[in-house]
Each structure stands twice: as structure tokens, then as C-alpha cells.
Design a protein around this ligand. Structure first.
Ligand SMILES: Nc1ncnc2c1ncn2[C@@H]1O[C@H](COP(=O)(O)OP(=O)(O)OP(=O)(O)O)[C@@H](O)[C@H]1O
Length: 237
């Protein structure tokens, strides 16, 4: 799948959120999208998913089966978890028996009769993930999938992502918490100043800066730097 000179803004007189974006997604690869708050990561993901259309440029080669889990699952819907997922399965022409295994794997099978507005943030996130995974997508787009998840599910998600890519699924993730950092062969794209730049330790325009911090500050400093869009590595991880 390829984006060629893509430009997008939400309203006609608004500044461009993205401009001249050209990139290719490796089939069966994992792409992580980084950037500071408001840089345009979710917008890029929506364009890749086909939920928004570029004002300029082209997007070609999008697979037919796309799964998209938004940053915030819209809980403001008058359904139970089970009826919502059955509805999503029907729209995607997937048998509703596909729901059970995902509910079990993401540990929310006890919530199938709970109404969406009554879900906790993390449980809603899991339902959002399940609806994205239901149709066995060839392209899976996850916008901050780790936010609010319990530790067990958070730890299980990278393995799940790897499993999908080994079956050929192309995965695009925006992940402030850097939970997929440890996975091998992750392509990194950095969104800043309305452009998207591939980020690798060997990029000619990047350098490594060592920062010495007190042990009790390490998590806070790491979170701050990541929120500012920096690529942070912890040697102890
Ligand atoms: N539906 C919308 N209508 C108008 N402007 C929007 C809309 N969604 C996002 N924007 C604007 O587009 C820009 C990029 O937003 P986007 O949500 O893509 O950033 P982000 O990098 O995902 O941010 P965060 O890390 O906070 O989730 C911001 O200036 C935001 O205010």
C-alpha cells in the first residue's frame, strides 16, 4: 500500500495537518507511528484506514479487509457488547461465532451482556480491538491500542500483533507507551510539522543523545520525552 504526495486538512481554511506525505507500507510488516500530541498521527491512521480521504495525492493498494481500532472507542451507543459485536460481524459478513474466541483472548467474555456506556475505559478499548480483529483484516490499524489496558492484556498484545503479521497482516500502530518497542523489525514513522519521516537509528538526520536521570525520575522523563515525539530507548529493557 502506498501514499503518494498526500495532503489533508479537516476544513478548507485550516492549516494542513499533513502535506506531501509519501510512504509505503510493507505487506506483513509492523509500522509504528510516533509524534507529539496533535502532530497528526490519528489523522494519518484514518487516511490509511480509508476513513478520511486526502485532499491531494493518492492512496493506492489498500487491502479490502481493513480493521481499525480508534484511540477512543465510541461507547455512546445503546447496545450491549455482544449485540454490538454481532452487528459488526454481520456488517463484515463474519459468522458471530468469531466473537467468542476474541472475547476470551482479550479477557472480556464476562462483559458480553454489559451495555457499552457502562464499560470501563480499558474494557471499551478491548471491545474496540475485538471489532477491528473480527474480520481477519489484511490491514490492521491500531490507534493507541495499549491505553487503559490491564497489564495482562497489554503484555499479550505485542505477541498477538506478531502472530497476525506472520499470517501476512500489515499492522500500523500509534503507540505513545511504546509497548511494541521490543518487537523486531518495526518500521518507525515520525509525524511532525505536517510531514512524515521514516525514523531509524541510522537516519542521517538523527543523532543519539544520552541523558542521565535519577532512578526515581526515569519513568517521568521517559514519558515526557515520548510525549514530545522523541524516540527513547532504555538500555535496561
Ligand atoms: N475531527 C477533527 N476536526 C478538526 N480538526 C481535527 C479533527 N481531528 C483532529 N484535528 C486536528 O488535527 C490535528 C492533528 O490531530 P491528530 O488527532 O491527528 O493528532 P495526534 O498526533 O493523533 O494527537 P494525539 O497524540 O494527541 O492523539 C490537531 O491540530 C487536531 O486538533
Amino acid at each position: 500500500m502506498r501514499l503518494e504526495n498526500v495532503a489533508f486538512r479537516y476544513r478548507r481554511r485550516d492549516p494542513w495537518v499533513l502535506k506531501d506525505v509519501t510512504l509505503s507500507l510493507t505487506p506483513g510488516g509492523i509500522t509504528e507511528v510516533t509524534g507529539r500530541n496533535g502532530a497528526g498521527k490519528s489523522t494519518l491512521l484514518r487516511l490509511i484506514a480509508g476513513l478520511r480521504h486526502p485532499h491531494r495525492g493518492t492512496i493506492e493498494g489498500r487491502p479490502r479487509r481493513v480493521g481499525y481500532a480508534p484511540e477512543r472507542f465510541p461507547v455512546d451507543q445503546p447496545f450491549t457488547v455482544g449485540s454490538y459485536l454481532r452487528h459488526m460481524a454481520a456488517i463484515r459478513r463474519v459468522p458471530s461465532r468469531a466473537i467468542g474466541p476474541w472475547a476470551e483472548r482479550l479477557a472480556f467474555q464476562h462483559l458480553l451482556d454489559v451495555r457499552l456506556p457502562e464499560l470501563s475505559k480499558g474494557s471499551a478499548q478491548k471491545v474496540g480491538l475485538a471489532q477491528a480483529l473480527l474480520a481477519d483484516p489484511a490491514l490492521l490499524i491500531l490507534d493507541e491500542p495499549f491505553a487503559g489496558l490491564d497489564a495482562t492484556t497489554r503484555d499479550a498484545l505485542p505477541a498477538l500483533i506478531t502472530e497476525l503479521t506472520t499470517r501476512g497482516t500489515t499492522v500500523v500502530v500509534s503507540d505513545h507507551q511504546r509497548c511494541i518497542e521490543a518487537l523486531p523489525d518495526v518500521t518507525r514513522l515520525h509525524v511532525a510539522d505536517a510531514t512524515v519521516t521514516p525514523l531509524t537509528p541510522t537516519s542521517p538526520n538523527t543523532r543519539v543523545l544520552e541523558v542521565i536521570v535519577r532512578e526515581d525520575e526515569i519513568d517521568t522523563v521517559e514519558t515526557k520525552l515520548r510525549a514530545d515525539g522523541y524516540d527513547v530507548r532504555r538500555p535496561d529493557r
